[in-house]
Ligand binder design. Structure first.
Ligand code: ACO
Length: 403
């Protein structure tokens, strides 16, 4: 039998980089991160300026088109997005077929993928006009689908979007209004949601965005690509961490237990990790977590959910102990964007199984921006990583009677 090295004789050279620790997969002009200094820029603008001064659709325009919109351009963009917020009635029927207690992320993944079946008549990914209208449809319909997934879960009728409301306020309306009762979101709730959506809108080549790019590199339609991104986001090492943080805080239960759990996270024989801690790129405080931590205090002061402030107290204590612990200091493990976001979502009345869905709604803007950038890049070619094969060498088939 031939051994493996002989199989590789003519394979040429390639790098081995599991987890893509040091491999750039593309050129991009969308988002810049300096993980050592804790810097995050969208199209050159610092994240803290955008988060405190801009609206979510303004940032969406910036990410998709590369420049901040003029007032007129923003009005036009908002009009375009609101004109796509409705779902086809047949899509509602498709959604209602999911099991009553299906996780909203499962519903989101399936329903977004199924949009390919509703907009197939115009699928031509080589046509920039098609790419643009698909991006608008995705940004517009994502909150409607996300809120519908929630309504399905709680067994309430799906609410139609209200196009007189801003993006975040409309989402809260679709989540919490019922045919019997209106829901007027307070200004602070809307502001907090706007901020969280902006902070989650893009983060260069993270796992889900890379998944969208890889799926799209074959020329697949954008709805299928974004469904792939949603699937990748769902994992607890990525967007699923915000849900896992709350589980962890509840498991810890009391500030007196925090030190014990920090020790548990350091124990290599224990699979437990501090959720919401650590980041592949940030070796410094995640700038998004810093902004969210401040808003968290404001939100909890003003909301009925303020009864959850023990969770914030726990989170603050956990951060304090971990940031003074040699293990976390040496490995440069700081709170990431997911550490405090769940506490805010919970105070706004958003249930835990919707946290990652919220992340997906916001990240859709980043996903479509990257997909559009990739599709218009003449250097784009199908993504096709290689592998280091470590299986058997060549051997002969043995008839089943002789095995
Ligand atoms: N708790 C305890 N130890 C940790 C943690 C943590 N949260 N994160 C990393 N470490 C340790 C690892 O055990 C490893 O230690 P070692 O060098 O002794 O083996 C070292 O720090 C480096 O960690 P890696 O897992 O190699 O780092 P990687 O870049 O592959 O993973 C990740 C990054 C997945 C974010 C990781 O830090 C983690 O699992 N964090 C918890 C989950 C989480 O919060 N995810 C959200 C990320 S942000 C986002 O997606 C929006």
């Amino acid at each position: 039998a031939l051994d493996i090295s002989s199989l590789y004789r003519d394979a040429g050279f390639f790098t081995y980089d599991p987890g893509f620790m040091a491999t750039a997969s593309c050129h991009s002009a969308i988002t810049f991160i300096d993980g050592e200094k804790g810097v995050l820029l969208y199209r050159g603008y610092p994240i803290d300026q955008l988060a405190t001064k801009a609206s979510f659709l303004e940032v969406a325009y910036l990410l998709v088109y590369g420049e901040l919109p003029s007032e007129e351009a923003l009005n036009h963009f908002e009009h375009l997005i609101t004109s796509h917020t409705m779902l086809n009635e047949n899509l509602k029927r498709f959604l209602s077929g999911f099991h009553y207690d299906a996780h909203p992320m499962a519903i989101l993944c399936g329903v977004v993928g199924s949009l390919s079946a509703f907009y197939h008549e115009s699928i031509d990914v080589n046509d920039p006009r098609y790419r643009e209208v698909s991006a608008h449809r995705l940004i517009a319909k994502m909150p409607t689908i996300a809120a519908a997934a929630y309504k399905h879960f709680v067994g309430e009728p799906i609410m139609y979007p209200r196009n007189d409301l801003r993006y975040g306020a409309n989402f809260l309306h679709m989540m919490f209004a019922t045919p019997c009762e209106d829901y007027e979101p307070g200004l602070l709730a809307e502001k907090a949601l706007n901020l969280l959506f902006i902070l989650h809108a893009d983060h260069e080549q993270n796992a889900s965005t890379s998944t969208v790019r890889l799926a799209g590199s074959s020329g697949a339609n954008p709805f299928a690509c974004i469904a792939a991104g949603i699937a990748s986001l769902w994992g607890p090492a990525h967007g699923g961490a915000n849900e896992a943080v709350l589980d962890m805080l509840e498991q810890i239960g009391h500030v007196k237990n925090v030190a014990k759990y920090v020790d548990k996270a350091k124990d290599k024989d224990d699979p437990f990790r501090l959720m919401g801690f650590g980041h592949r790129v940030y070796k410094h405080y995640d700038p998004r977590a810093k902004i969210i931590r401040e808003v968290c205090h404001q939100v909890l002061e003003e909301f009925p959910g303020a009864s959850d402030s023990p969770l914030l107290e726990l989170a603050v204590k956990l951060e304090e102990i971990a940031l003074n612990d040699e293990y976390f200091v040496e490995r440069k493990l700081y709170p990431n964007v997911d550490f405090y976001s769940g506490i805010i979502y919970r105070a706004l009345g958003i249930p835990r199984n919707m946290f990652t869905v919220m992340f997906a709604v916001a990240r859709t803007v980043g996903w479509v921006s990257h997909w559009m950038e990739m599709m218009s890049d003449p250097a784009n070619r199908i993504g096709r990583p290689r592998q280091i094969y470590h299986g058997q060498g060549v051997r002969d088939y043995v008839p089943i009677s002789k095995r």
